[in-house]
Design a protein around this ligand. Sequence first.
Ligand SMILES: Cc1cc2nc3c(=O)[nH]c(=O)nc-3n(C[C@H](O)[C@H](O)[C@H](O)COP(=O)(O)OP(=O)(O)OC[C@H]3O[C@@H](n4cnc5c(N)ncnc54)[C@H](O)[C@@H]3O)c2cc1C
Length: 443
Amino acid sequence: MRPGRRRALTASVRAVTEVRNWARNQTCSPAVIERPTSTDQVAAVVAAAHGAGRRVKAIGAGHSFTGAAMTDGVSVSLDRLDEVLAVDGDLVRVRAGITLRALSERLHDQGLALPNLGDIDVQSLAGATATATHGTGRALGNLATTIVGLELVDGRGDVHRVDLDTDPDTLKTLAVGVGGFGIVTEVTLRAVPSFDLHAHEVVEPLADVLGRWSEFIAGADHAEFFFFPGDDRALTKRNRRTDEPPRPPSKAAYVRDKYLFENVAFGLACAVGRRVPSLVPRITGAFAAAASERDLIDRSDRVFASPRRVRFVEMEYGIPVDAVPEAVERVQALIRSLHHPVLLPIEVRCSAADDLPLSTAYGRDSGWIAVHQYPGMPFEHYFDTVERIMDDYGGRPHWGKLHGQTADVLRERYPRWDDAMALRDRFDPDRTFANTYLERVFG
Ligand SMILES: Cc1cc2nc3c(=O)[nH]c(=O)nc-3n(C[C@H](O)[C@H](O)[C@H](O)COP(=O)(O)OP(=O)(O)OC[C@H]3O[C@@H](n4cnc5c(N)ncnc54)[C@H](O)[C@@H]3O)c2cc1C
């Protein structure tokens, strides 16, 4: 690590009234928003704020459901720091504000791809890795596990370069930093040769999928399923890597499935269900029944990510992978006992253990259970009670999704918590990057 130089601040600064996240459940009123165009500008912003005793918070695409990116101090958007800087074999150095979609396009131009992606690709690279954003795949880690080097501005405005070869411990802690260690300005990651996926989606009895959970997740490179609350059918998705000729969906089929069915029709139905809650079981039953089989072969990033126009709030927990069937059955039983209906499905995925101290999958192969609710409908009791179920499995909440845990509890669930917090003391001794969310989860 070496301290960098500070230069005069030339980034644009404008007074703003309100920043809000995608789900519109988190808002804040930063004193200023900075949109720097270089690492030196980021460093100058942080140094000036630190000198003035102000807090600073990086914001990516604002797709966290928690207040992770919220601040009433200085909000720093890296949306102008979005270039690919160098490609050397499978190693790619990029500025940290690039979106996953833009990164996937640039990688594809070079014959490369990210090994895995989640359901969407509009997040910034730094925001997605900071919260350990993941897709599904029994043998695959989250996005942050691809990181082999970082450039980061610490809480005093000094610039550090850290890499896996010279300081693996520090790099691995900073890779999932929840914005609490500094502002990441560059990322070097290891990509893979670009690949196609054979996607097969079909409706199956939920009990069968749970009964064969281990085979289900072993049977495809990326396996996951959704089910509607109280419904006994699962929409399973199996994505397998393939060298067969592409068979992408026609534009008409894509628009029908991904826009009209999943977004327009579902959005209208959700609005009706919120107005007339007694209709919710019929609405969710109709959508579960209407889900049709899909079978296609396309570029991996196009298969992984879908448009999400229907807003929702979400909580997601990582638990030991073998506990998934029992935990899902408990969530189903809980939903049947709720006094209010739930409109949105439950999503179940898996990922491989990793060695990033603050990664939700640290040291254990993980199963992921995500619960959602339509905005304006009650979710607090539902999410709280699911959280108590996840407690029984030592569950770790996704850093970017709603949860009610505090540092005291999380410390017990992350074996290397104290080491990580000691590193935080080094990188941000004066808590320049603190906000309400970090005070709760990091202490
Ligand atoms: C519709 C939808 C679908 C989603 N699907 C998935 C999914 O499939 N899998 C999954 O795991 N998650 C998923 N998420 C969650 C999402 O990936 C995470 O919340 C992610 O952090 C959002 O990235 P962002 O760029 O919007 O970051 P933000 O929400 O803006 O910020 C997240 C955190 O990163 C920090 N941060 C941002 N930039 C930097 C930087 N340069 N340096 C240091 N810290 C920084 C922020 O301060 C904050 O703490 C989904 C969210 C939505 C809304």
